[in-house]
Design a protein around this ligand. Structure first.
Ligand SMILES: C[S@@+](CC[C@H](N)C(=O)[O-])C[C@H]1O[C@@H](n2cnc3c(N)ncnc32)[C@H](O)[C@@H]1O
Length: 277
């Protein structure tokens, strides 16, 4: 009798667990819901973001030596081409990229139309001679669907303090796939993400989730519920699967950020000229 009771209790317990996980798999927000959350948070954040425009990050030597490094080391590869700043915010990096006098036009895209408006205003004021263009994105992709935009290719694509705010690996990979498709054959993608974890003394940003997670139910963004890279190989593997041939990575201390470290990545469709490194 007691045995049957225990068996029943065990089965019942598993039934309850199973039905909870089934309900959760139905109500769990999907990638589109995560992007909606990001969109509304960044729209609200825009006035504050515009005021600060992250200009304190311009004093970070790693931004210039690593982030924009390819423009210093092999500028001829980008000369006269188009540049894209993915998640451009209020336009700080677009203004910096313009200072290299390499590109014929610099584009900026962002999930927040409000941020794009601020970027436009800032660049009119601080880089009036620059040739800039802006377009909004849905938070999960980059390619716009019009025929004219399908033919646009960038020789340099850049992104800072943005991909780390997407704790959903499937979304990041769909964005990286689009960025790969948007590069010219000789083009190069240079971006940064938060780094920390086991290999580095266990230091990691509080509230961050592992690189592998698809944390679509995050209720916050822009620092809270970030993703963190713990092992360069995990991101290299994803980039290789997308089709990047030559991938270089650099780990530095972070700058004005609660991630203890940053990982900077250069990803190229063809070999990066090593005689320049
Ligand atoms: C911390 S700000 C950084 C702005 C700029 N990249 C810089 O370094 O100054 C993050 C920016 O990423 C944008 N963003 C966040 N998630 C995005 C997504 N999924 N797609 C496009 N833009 C996104 C935000 O709207 C915001 O402008």
């Amino acid at each position: 009798m007691k045995k049957t009771y225990l068996k029943l209790k065990h089965i019942l317990k598993w039934k309850v667990v199973m039905s909870f996980s089934r309900i959760w798999s139905i109500i769990r927000p999907d990638a589109a819901k995560f992007s909606e959350m990001q969109h509304s948070k960044y729209q609200k954040e825009a006035p504050r973001m515009a005021k600060v425009n992250h200009v304190q990050h311009n004093s970070n030597p790693d931004l210039w030596q690593i982030g924009y490094g390819p423009l210093i080391l092999f500028p001829e590869r980008f000369q006269g081409g188009l540049a894209l700043d993915f998640a451009c915010g209020a336009g700080r990096n677009m203004e910096n990229l313009n200072k290299f006098s390499i590109f014929s036009q610099i584009h900026g895209c962002d999930i927040s139309k409000e941020n794009l408006e601020f970027a436009k205003k800032n660049l009119e004021e601080f880089a009036p001679k620059g040739n800039f263009k802006f377009f909004p994105v849905d938070g999960r992709s980059v390619i716009n669907d019009t025929d004219a935009e399908k033919t646009i290719k960038y020789s340099f694509i850049f992104s800072t303090i943005a991909l780390q705010h997407i704790p959903v690996r499937s979304i990041r990979n769909s964005i990286l796939k689009d960025l790969h498709a948007l590069l010219t054959n000789e083009g190069l993608l240079s971006f940064q993400m938060g780094f920390g974890g086991k290999q580095f003394g266990g230091f990691k940003r509080p509230g961050s989730v592992k690189y592998e997670a698809n944390f679509t139910h995050a209720r916050e963004t822009n620092g809270k519920n970030d993703t963190r890279v713990e092992d360069p190989d995990s991101i290299i593997k994803d980039l290789q699967e997308i089709g990047f041939i030559d991938i270089r990575w650099f780990i530095t201390r972070s700058w004005e950020d609660r991630h203890p470290y940053w990982i900077w990545i250069w990803a190229s469709r063809v070999e990066i000229p090593t005689n320049t490194l």
